[in-house]
Design a protein around this ligand. Structure first.
Ligand SMILES: *Cc1c(COP(=O)(O)O)cnc(C)c1O
Length: 470
């Protein structure tokens, strides 16, 4: 044995650092080498299907590329090491960022103020509806309890409406995928709290009568709510507040390139015009002289807090970095490219799949497996499963509910033409397979470690432990 020289290095004794009553008495950890652990986690990470590995055209969800520079910025020690209970004087950088971010959101979407607290789209909906309720109460109009929603809406819309104690009133879309104006006129009245609208909607279509729709709702005394969860067609092109919307939520984890999937964390800021500003959650970030502060006073009508501290800061920092790196011109290009990509694919696929609304789409489009179902008994689900064999994440299926056997495709701006072409080729190949070998499509996927799952059983009897059988 060699004898190593001894240096005078102070060694901290664990027992002296941690109070004895907090020291763990028993320890049972699996004994593995570091290398085994590294290999285990590296292998797990390689099993992940993500935008970093594959095309992920999940309609409505905007699975765009998440620039790595955003991650680097959110990880800067000044951000990552900050504590939410630090005094405002010690958090000037973060408060300034929140203040500026709110101003950017106002400029991009046309609203007068924003809250950055909501942690997701659905949470933003809840926050906005709570403000709408507070507004009507304040106006002595508590009897306004009905919220009109078109049948193409995202499922969170009626759920959020019910959650605040309002009543959803669902109305049908017309043959062009727009809200049915005659039905809307019949649905609104003295009990209308407002309308919730996604525009472009979940069919990827821009409502051709939006100004008339806004006028009808406002005339009835209702408020206009914009579901901007996916605003990927709007940037630099169309601001919801200019169309007449009073309040809206936006998902940073969709339009603003922050990662999502797997349940979060996300961020769903809510923008309001002057009518609703007094009801915004507190605290609000304000600028006093050259200092930033968190203010809770002066907001008697506020609905209160909807999140601890300032919301999901890390997500907001990434979205801030995205906006700064693109600038106004870049943001506009994002939407132009997203719309161009979607139309390119729609036109390539419409010969092979039924296209229920044959008109220019925005950031996404919906096709249907109706022909394949009628002729070969092949459903949207089968086509989705077969796409996995070709290395693509399936698009959203069976949503929106108003299109039978729907496949909702959103390419986003970040994909190359080669990728779009490869996906379309796979879709066209599958359409051919439906004709020549329908069983191949019905029994897909063939190349995955696990074949087709019993999805009903998985939902009803989920196995949530890694120790099975036991
Ligand atoms: C994603 C989405 C939502 C809900 O957002 P979450 O962050 O998942 O809660 C609401 N509306 C539309 C149109 C969406 O696409």
């Amino acid at each position: 044995m060699v004898s190593l020289p001894e240096f005078d290095v102070p060694v901290e004794k664990l027992e002296e650092l941690i109070p004895p009553d907090l020291l763990r008495k028993e320890l049972s950890l699996p004994e593995r080498t570091e290398l085994d652990v590294i290999r285990h986690f590296t292998r797990l990470s390689q099993k992940n299907f993500s935008v970093d590995t594959h095309f992920y055209p999940l309609g409505s969800c905007t699975m765009k590329y998440n620039p790595k520079v955003n991650e680097d910025i959110a990880r800067l020690p000044g951000f990552a090491g900050a504590h939410p209970l630090q005094a405002a004087a010690q958090s000037q950088g973060i408060l300034e960022l929140l203040y500026n971010f709110e101003k950017y959101m106002c400029a991009i979407f046309g609203f007068d103020a924003f809250t950055l607290q909501p942690a997701a789209g659905a949470h933003g909906e809840l926050t906005a509806l709570m403000m709408m309720k507070a507004y009507h109460r304040d106006m002595g109009q508590a009897a306004r309890v009905k919220v009109v929603i078109p049948d193409s809406s995202h499922g969170t819309n009626p759920a959020s409406v019910a959650m605040v104690g309002f009543t959803p009133v669902v109305i049908k879309s017309n043959g062009r995928g727009n809200i049915n104006v005659d039905e809307l006129k019949k649905a609104v009245g003295e009990d209308t709290a407002g309308l919730m609208l996604t525009n472009p909607n979940t069919l990827g279509l821009f409502d051709e009568h939006i100004l008339e729709v806004a006028e009808i709702v406002h005339k009835s005394g209702g408020l206009l709510y914009y579901d901007g969860a996916n605003a990927n067609a709007n940037l630099g092109i169309c601001r919801p507040a200019d169309l007449g919307f009073d309040v809206a939520h936006f998902n940073l984890h969709k339009t603003f390139s922050t990662p999502h999937g797997g349940g979060g964390p996300g961020s769903g800021p809510v923008g309001v015009n002057k009518k609703l500003e007094p009801f915004l959650p507190i605290p609000r970030v304000v600028k006093e002289n050259s200092h930033y502060a968190l203010r809770v006073t002066h907001y008697d009508k506020s609905i209160g807090r909807v999140h601890s501290f300032h919301g999901n800061i890390g997500v907001i920092i990434k979205a801030y970095a995205y906006i700064l790196s693109l600038g106004a011109e870049g943001l506009k290009k994002v939407s132009e490219k997203a719309v161009e990509n979607a139309n390119y694919m729609m036109n390539k696929l419409k010969e092979h799949y039924y296209l229920p609304y044959d008109r220019q789409c925005q950031h996404e489009f919906v096709i249907s497996a109706k022909w394949q179902k009628e002729k070969y008994g092949i459903k949207a689900l089968d086509i989705a499963k077969r796409l996995i064999d070709y290395g693509f994440h399936p698009p959203t299926i069976y949503f929106p509910l108003i299109v039978e056997e729907s496949l909702m495709i959103e390419p986003t701006e970040s994909e190359s033409q080669e990728t779009l072409d490869a996906f379309c080729e796979a879709m066209i190949k599958i359409a051919k397979e439906c004709e020549t070998d329908p069983e191949l499509v019905k029994s897909a996927p063939h190349d995955t470690p696990v074949r087709r799952l019993d999805e009903t059983k998985a939902a009803r009897e989920p196995v949530l432990s890694w120790k099975t059988g036991g």
